[in-house]
Design a protein around this ligand. Structure first.
Ligand SMILES: NC(=O)c1ccc[n+]([C@@H]2O[C@H](COP(=O)([O-])OP(=O)(O)OC[C@H]3O[C@@H](n4cnc5c(N)ncnc54)[C@H](OP(=O)(O)O)[C@@H]3O)[C@@H](O)[C@H]2O)c1
Length: 286
């Protein structure tokens, strides 16, 4: 019998590793990330409690590498879930890396895995509360319109250049602020891309959705706390639940979203943010 596979990009750390732990007894796991050492450590830990783990070192921003990986992985079994958590943030890199990895990664992953996803399969992308930063402010409506037009050109060769031009010429952000905005608009794109893919996934009885985490204690978030304690404090003060999220909480959410019980959930973003995104948008009841 062919193996059932769950492909998890970013499966060597943080939220991807938590998803791997939660999915470990459902299918064989195929963990993808750039760094082989972290991947090997994740495999060792997951195998210690019985998981079947295959490693596939991969840079999700490299279109050809993702295409090749998808073709190779498809030979190993039926790909029933693709969980694309791989991403970077201003806490660990700059504007161009963020655009290359967070914007192009989801496109490469969806384009490579959509045609070979098993019928009834699930694809989950990772957004962020940062992807909501432009939504609740009426004064940002013109920016949203420009961005939506840029998003529509995701197949065009100048797609990345148009984002650089948006940051430098349209919003005229100083360089120091461009990484943060690049992160927000790349995560907002993830939601757009899910909405834009829902029909074609449904035509193969597959689902696509995204999860937008708030602040979860992973190496990425730990870097923010260490490098930018004032931002971390500001973030905490805006979280009604007054704590960081535990990666396990995202793992369990993703496990549910991949299950038959979530079979009617598709084409949407699931916000898992401790209440922070919308608490400030209306007057709170005493
Ligand atoms: N933690 C949070 O609070 C939070 C909040 C909102 C959104 N998110 C989103 O959730 C996702 C996971 O974040 P995390 O906190 O789990 O981060 P993390 O602990 O830093 O893990 C990121 C994972 O992605 C991999 N990765 C990074 N760039 C890659 C690339 N180009 N190709 C393949 N793999 C790559 C990393 O491994 P290598 O470096 O070895 O490649 C690592 O396995 C990200 O998309 C992030 O933006 C996280």
């Amino acid at each position: 019998m062919r193996k059932q596979l769950t492909v998890i990009t970013g499966g060597s750390s943080g939220l991807g590793l938590a998803c791997a732990s939660c999915m470990a007894h459902e299918t064989t796991l195929v963990l993808c990330a750039r760094g082989p050492e972290k991947l090997a450590e994740a495999k060792k830990n997951l195998e210690a409690y019985g998981a079947d783990v295959i490693l596939y070192p991969l840079d999700a921003s490299d279109r050809d590498a993702v295409q090749d990986a998808a073709a190779e992985i498809a030979k190993l079994g039926d790909i029933v879930h693709v969980i694309h958590t791989a991403g970077v943030s201003p806490a660990n890199t700059g504007r161009d890396d963020i655009l290359r990895i967070n914007l192009m990664g989801p496109i490469h992953v969806v384009e490579a895995f959509y045609p070979i996803l098993a019928e009834g399969g699930t694809c989950i992308l990772f957004g962020s509360t940062a992807g909501y930063a432009l939504e609740c402010d009426e004064s940002k409506a013109p920016l949203r319109t420009i961005l939506n037009e840029i998003y529509e050109g995701w197949r065009e060769p100048d797609f990345l250049d148009r984002f650089r031009s948006f940051l430098c010429d349209t919003v005229k952000l100083p360089e120091a602020h461009q990484a943060g905005m690049a992160y927000s608009i790349s995560k907002r794109f993830v939601k757009y891309f899910v909405y834009a893919n829902v029909q074609r996934f449904a035509s193969r009885n597959c689902r696509i959705l995204s999860v937008s985490p708030g602040s979860y204690l992973t190496p990425m978030h730990q870097a923010l706390i260490e490098n930018s304690p004032a931002s971390a404090e500001r973030a905490m003060s805006g979280i009604p639940l007054k704590r960081w999220g535990h990666p396990y909480e995202i793992g369990k959410l993703v496990q549910f979203l991949c299950s038959k019980g979530a079979g009617y959930i598709t084409g949407v973003d699931i916000l898992a943010d401790g209440g922070c995104s919308y608490a400030g948008s209306v007057t709170q009841i005493d």
